[in-house]
Design a protein around this ligand. Sequence first.
Ligand code: HSE
Length: 314
Amino acid sequence: MSFSIAEAFAPATVANLGVGFDILGLALPAPGDIVVARRRTQPGLTITKITGDHGKLPLDPSKNTASVAAMKVLQLANRLEVGIELEIHKGLPLGSGLGSSAASAVAGAVATNALLGEPLTRQDLLEPALDGEALVAGRHPDNVGPCLFGGITLFTRADIGGLRTLPIPSDLHLALVTPKVEVTTAQARAVLPPTIPLHALVHQTGQVASLIDALYRGDVPALAQAMSSDHIVEPARKHLMPFFDEVRQFALQHGALTVTIGGAGPTLLAVCRRADDAKTVAQAMSDAYQQRGIANLAHHCQVSLQGAVVTNFQ
Ligand code: HSE
């Protein structure tokens, strides 16, 4: 069976979790991007409308993460005779550290697959979504993975065989703040060291192992400790995040166990053990930016078990 219209929602995600650069990520319940796919009579793919991007994203289907992912779905499903129009509704700010480009790619892949009557499995959609994401942020599955599959994901390598879904401690609560400052992934990757010393490798691998061990034991303080032990990426990047040290200190004073950079930033992610603490910390981080004249969006939530969903088809 196939349909004339299908719509998909793909949620925000937070990559890295401190020490797990390019391999760890988690899904948030909201916000997210919506992609609507409609059949058209001529084969080929067009983007008819993009909202919420302040005119910044390309309508050229070869340059947009959603349409590149959608095209790859048509190829893998062997349905290149199908013509599709896409509408992209950005709920995620660009360059925010909330997996904006991954969400559009995932929503594009999921909506297109739904339009075709789901010839591909969810696992099959990883490659199309990675192809889309690669246009903007490089080919790494730390946002695309949790966006497609929900929860906390580890990729031991950048294909579906590397996917591990990790346990989520029930008392893991998150507070997030996104200052209205754009940090592109390209910018945030350009400041990273090209090589690292052996002692840094030893430390980092130990901390990634501690993080995974903490998740399996449901130990949120140990998780927070591991997340805050990144000696490679955070020190190189934190100057791109306005008032990083001050806002982190404020969050710690208000009950956060740790604060790390969300993905490539500038979103900051705080870890808490109770919903009340997460609410207080989100407000505190928001106030800290506000007092420094920086508009921001803050919220608190738990990890979402659900990745992208088909929200409508007919
Ligand atoms: N792991 C990536 C980074 C996430 O930190 O650069 C953003 O694409």
